[in-house]
Design a protein around this ligand. Structure first.
Ligand SMILES: [Zn+2]
Length: 464
């Protein structure tokens, strides 16, 4: 059964990623419900279901919640069940500067006991952490007392965590109401969205906007390729991309985007493909090339955050770029204050000022490697001896020391001898082995043959 599902996935991926396919336009926005179900089953089985908390990461992009409309049937049932008490459901959105009191007032709740419970109960207090714009529903009785309240606390494309606060009837007549709070998981319908396009003169982000790729998907794309592509220097006009990503829907309404599941980037006629895969015996998934190599590298290609602001700065023909032979480093022109990130896991070896370098951070990595980040305008609260992780912000672009304008001077050393950082991409991650590799290849084999046909087509087209 799974092999046929994989077939469907492979076929649908090709339809999705190939704009010349006649079915493409029809599938462009989202797959039909039927195919969506097959996708969900097939991908869940083949890739392993993603950990639900993957997007609970505070760093993850926050997405506005879709309004979940009050269920009129429930209201009607309650009205007929209880002829002594009318209940109403109201919905509102969290606003900037809201307190619990102002939120409850807008929801029509006048209930000091409920308010006191929410402030006191650790689970219920989750309500106060909602972002502006997120929806909250309250059910109240005809005395404006709270019967129940629910709010979406976040999650990923596949499921949301929902906070539910409920009133509990008194055990004895004349007793007081009590309240209880819980967080429950609610499943979304996962659809697979697709986007494709080419980089034109307007640059990377313009192309992403043109193809309607949501910002959080763009961020994932940059992150997936961060070990193999320096988006500042490598992205070129004529590059092409194809992305398949998850989007969660509930009751037909968009809830949030999820994870990129398959991605292809043709960068200067070199094809890069990545696939999300979670080995069966592992809780954590990651991105792999189609031959089973992790996309992760010991070092990122760029030490400067690639953003809408920094992307157009200097341009790839900027005179500061790629002068490694002359001064043993690579310069990244970027606006003052752009985030500078550790290119690999490391210990802070030096943080402070050095002649010429200005404000500089030196990181010591495993295996005799060290990296230098110079001319910084400031540090991200670093101490010597502190551990930093790959991608962690360590400082900000500046023009301290001998610098004519804001840029990052980056050096990559092995046993203290400067190396050309452009060669670090040669450090390939080891491929999956043993059972994991067999599982991975089983999963990708059907897709591979299809994608390989596409590959011929792409490279021919891209070189035109
Ligand atoms: Zn330099």
């Amino acid at each position: 059964m799974w092999s046929s599902l994989r077939e469907v996935f492979a076929r649908e991926l090709v339809v999705l990623v190939d704009p010349t396919n006649p079915q493409h336009a029809r599938r462009r926005k989202q797959l039909t419900v039927a195919v969506g179900t097959v996708f969900t089953l097939g991908m869940a089985a083949a890739m392993g279901v993603a950990p639900r908390n993957a997007y609970d990461d505070p760093q993850a992009p926050k997405v506005r919640e879709a309004i979940r409309l009050p269920d009129l049937r429930t209201q009607l049932e309650q009205l007929t069940e209880s002829d002594t008490e009318n209940r109403y459901v109201r919905e509102d959105r969290m606003q900037r500067g809201d307190t619990l009191a102002t939120l409850l007032r807008r929801l029509g709740v006048e209930d000091p006991d409920a308010q006191a419970f929410i402030l006191k109960n650790a689970t219920a207090r989750g309500l106060l952490n909602l972002d502006a714009g997120q929806a909250v529903q309250a059910e109240i009785d005809d005395r404006n007392l709270l019967v129940s309240l629910q709010a979406n606390l976040g999650g990923d494309a596949a499921a949301s965590r929902e906070l539910v606060i409920e009133r509990v009837a008194p055990k004895a007549e004349g007793g007081d109401y009590t309240y209880k709070a819980r967080v429950q998981s609610v499943d979304n319908d996962v659809h697979y969205e697709m986007a494709s396009g080419a980089i034109e003169a307007g640059g990377f982000f313009k192309a992403m906007d043109g193809a309607n790729v949501p910002d959080e998907i763009v961020q994932q794309m940059i992150s997936i390729f961060s070990g193999v592509i320096d988006f500042h220097h490598d992205i070129a006009k004529g590059d092409r991309f194809r992305i398949v990503y998850e989007a969660g829907f509930r009751d037909g309404a968009f809830v949030r985007n999820g994870r990129v599941v398959a991605i292809e980037l043709i960068n200067r006629n070199t094809l890069h493909q990545a696939l999300w895969y979670a080995p069966e015996d592992s809780a954590a998934g990651a991105y792999y090339t189609f031959d089973g190599r992790s996309m992760k590298r010991p070092f990122l290609r760029s030490p400067v955050e690639f953003s809408r602001v920094s992307s157009g700065f200097g341009g790839r023909d900027h005179p500061l770029h790629h002068q490694w032979a002359q001064h043993k480093g690579v310069d990244f022109a970027a606006p003052q204050g752009t985030k500078v990130i550790a290119t690999g896991d490391a210990t802070v070896d030096f943080v402070g000022q050095q002649n010429g370098y200005g404000n500089i951070v030196v990181l010591q990595h495993a295996g005799g490697y060290s990296t230098y980040y110079a001319h910084l305008s400031g540090f991200a609260g670093l101490r010597q001896g502190q551990h930093v992780s790959q991608g962690q912000v360590i400082g900000y672009v500046g023009a301290t020391g001998w610098a004519t304008g804001p840029h990052l001077h980056y050096e990559f050393r092995f046993n203290d001898v400067p190396q050309n950082p452009l060669t670090i991409t040669l450090m390939e991650a080891p491929a999956l082995t043993g059972k994991s590799r067999t599982q991975f290849l089983t999963y990708t084999s059907a897709m591979l043959s299809r994608i390989n046909m596409l590959r011929t087509y792409n490279v021919l087209t891209a070189s035109n």
